[in-house]
Each structure stands twice: as C-alpha cells, then as structure tokens.
Write a new protein. Structure first.
Length: 151
C-alpha cells in the first residue's frame, strides 16, 4: 500500500465558501481567537475551526491566521460578484489537496465522486465513508463556483 501523501487533517471540511469568506472577513474585525470569531459569526467553535482550516488550505490565511495576498484579493471583491467567484476559483484551483486528488475539479464537464473518493482514500488514508464525505465537499465547492446561467 502506498504511503499517504496527505494527512487526514489536510482535507477541508467546510462546505460553504461564502461562510469561509465570512470568517476570513471576521478575522479583520474581531481578531484571531476562535471564541471571538464564533461570537461574531454565530458559528460553533468547531465550525469556526473547519472554516479557518479551509481558508488556510485555500491559501487565504497563514498559520497565524493572518490574511495572505490571496485573502486580501478575495476580500477586495464584492460578495457574490464574478470577481469573488474568480478569486475563489483561483484559490480552489491552486489548493494542494485539489491539485492532488481532483486537478480538473473546476474544468471537467462532470465530477466523478467515486474517483475523487478513491484518490482521497489513497492520498490521505481516509476510510471510504470519510473520503466520500470529503469528496462531496469538493463537489459543493465546484457547484458554488460554476458559472451562473445567462439571464
């Protein structure tokens, strides 16, 4: 069996990119403590940690919970705008986890969840059920970043 190249903890558990952005924005308003972020956003401590971890994996914040250039770029965009979608798409496409297990996440005509799950199992040693849940998170990111239908 091949040695995992990722730790289980490397795989994000935050499904909603809007909430990840909200938490990144809150860092500027209330600081970096989990408690202050939870109080400000209404997210549970656990969900604050999930969203902070996703922000880190996406390169929006660093290990000290400070904004990176990518995080600054995201927050400079209006929420819900094409520019925000572009900034988030760039972050997802550059994410090491995505590059390893689903490099065509945002470009393929369809996502094969079983293939992504298998890649997560192999790369991180996740159980099949955990890998499937995490693959569904990547699928949710894909859906959130899809181009909206023309009006």
């Amino acid at each position: 069996m091949e040695t995992p190249r990722l730790k289980s903890a490397d795989i994000p558990q935050a499904e909603d990119l809007t909430e990840v952005r909200e938490l990144v924005s809150a860092l500027l308003e209330v600081g970096t403590s989990t408690e202050s972020l939870a109080a400000h956003t209404g997210f549970s401590d656990r969900h604050v940690c999930y969203r902070l971890h996703a922000a880190k994996v996406l390169g929006l914040i660093d290990d000290q919970r400070s904004l990176t250039d990518r995080g600054d770029r995201l927050l400079a965009t209006p929420p819900g705008s094409p520019d925000e979608r572009s900034a988030l798409s760039d972050a997802v496409a550059s994410c090491p986890v995505v590059r390893l297990v689903a490099p065509d996440l945002l470009t393929a005509p369809a996502l094969d969840l079983s293939q992504v799950s298998a890649a997560l199992t192999q790369a991180a040693g996740l159980s099949p059920s955990t890998a499937e849940r995490r693959a569904r998170i990547l699928e949710a990111w894909r859906q959130q970043l899809a181009e909206p239908p023309p009006e």
